[in-house]
Design a protein around this ligand. Structure first.
Ligand code: F6P
Length: 344
């Protein structure tokens, strides 16, 4: 092991720099050079790189985003791009690659590692959505939950003052983890998640009951992927990205219109959007990111390729990348039923 690459792909999240830092420190301790690949897989398609020494990671632990940049590039969209990735891996004389990402980035990593002898990949799981299988938590999620919780706390006072309903739209794509955790943590009166399509009559009944009981306001925490039973998923954009994802967004507006119409209560919306992904990582995400980065380096040093660092219980262990990318980890109905006991 003389030279390894590291890249961050997909949507950025707080804690990415903690992983990069841990990888560089451990590599340095083992006389291994680290090449930073810029902007995810795009940097390997184009050979856009930067050498990473100890100096480059000294002050990045508390910084959000990723010092390497990121993109949603899928090299498997074009055969010539996969070819370039493989050629450039060899041209850069890499002995291994640490790919930090979510289901899309790790899906590419898994395929590359499996299908090409000599392309050695290990992974670290990131995403604010927490929807990767084979790990209890991804880093980035904790920070996003805290941001969303604080935002809802703030929305509560203005909503209360105006005696309104506030529908808060929370990221998470097709998984309701962020909405569920921040909704429970902030005491939202109703939480809506993609895994359990919502019956509008039920929502209206809860809001009307609250009003009848003398409550002056209500907060609805809605995941961006929440679905209204009997109607289509609400999308911001129909076109698919290079990994086949639609852009979600707009559910809060749709819900707010219906709620106001049916209850007669003035209703507003707040879309938390990318604020949830930006800024300083929480201590937990710095800690988890660091542990994942160190584990990834253990795997590199042991030449154990095709594995991902994963949190299981309190332990950081290795799992096959394949186990993380097969199916999305979504919220269990039983867990949602527990949250439902708090509605109203
Ligand atoms: O996967 C992370 C995430 O923030 C999702 O929650 C959200 O739907 C999506 O990325 C937004 O992507 P973009 O930054 O490309 O708009």
């Amino acid at each position: 092991m003389e030279r390894i690459g590291v890249l961050t792909g997909g949507g950025d999240c707080p804690g990415l720099n903690a992983v990069i830092r841990a990888v560089v420190i451990k590599a340095f301790q083992n006389n291994i050079k680290v090449v930073g690949i810029k902007n995810g897989w795009k940097g390997l398609v184009q050979t856009d790189t930067v050498d990473l020494g100890l100096d480059s990671v000294e002050d990045i632990l508390a910084k959000g985003g990723t010092i390497l940049g990121t993109s949603r590039t899928n090299p498997y969209k074009k055969p010539e791009d996969v070819k370039s990735v493989i050629e450039n891996y060899k041209k850069l004389k890499l002995d291994a690659l640490v790919a930090i990402g979510g289901e899309d980035t790790l899906g590419v990593a898994n395929k590359l590692n499996k299908e090409n002898k000599g392309i050695n990949v290990v992974c670290c799981p990131k995403t604010i959505d927490n929807d990767l299988s084979a790990t209890d938590y991804t880093f980035g999620f904790d920070t996003a939950v805290n941001i969303a919780t604080e935002a809802i706390d703030r929305l509560r006072t203005t909503t209360e003052s105006h005696h309104r309903v506030m529908v808060v739209e929370i990221m998470g794509r097709h998984a309701g983890w962020l909405a569920l955790h921040s909704g429970i943590a902030s005491g939202a009166n109703i939480i809506l998640i993609p895994e359990v399509p919502v019956d509008l009559d039920e929502v209206v009944a809860i809001l009307n009951k609250r009003k009848a009981e003398g409550h002056q306001y209500s907060i609805v925490a809605a995941a961006e992927g929440a679905k209204i039973r009997t109607s289509q998923e609400v999308l911001k954009q129909q076109e698919l990205d290079s990994f086949g994802h639609v852009r979600l967004g707009g559910i809060a507006e749709t819900l707010a219109k219906e709620i106001e119409k049916r209850t007669g209560i003035e209703t507003r919306t707040a879309i938390l959007g990318h604020i949830q992904r930006g800024g300083t990582p929480s201590a937990f995400d710095r800690f988890l990111g660091t542990r994942f980065g160190l584990k990834a380096m253990d795997l590199v040093l042991a030449k154990k390729f095709g594995y991902m660092a994963s949190l299981r219980g309190g332990d950081v262990v290795e799992v096959p990348i394949q186990d993380a990318v097969g199916t999305l980890k979504t919220v269990d109905k039983k867990l949602y039923d527990i949250a439902k006991t708090l509605f109203g």
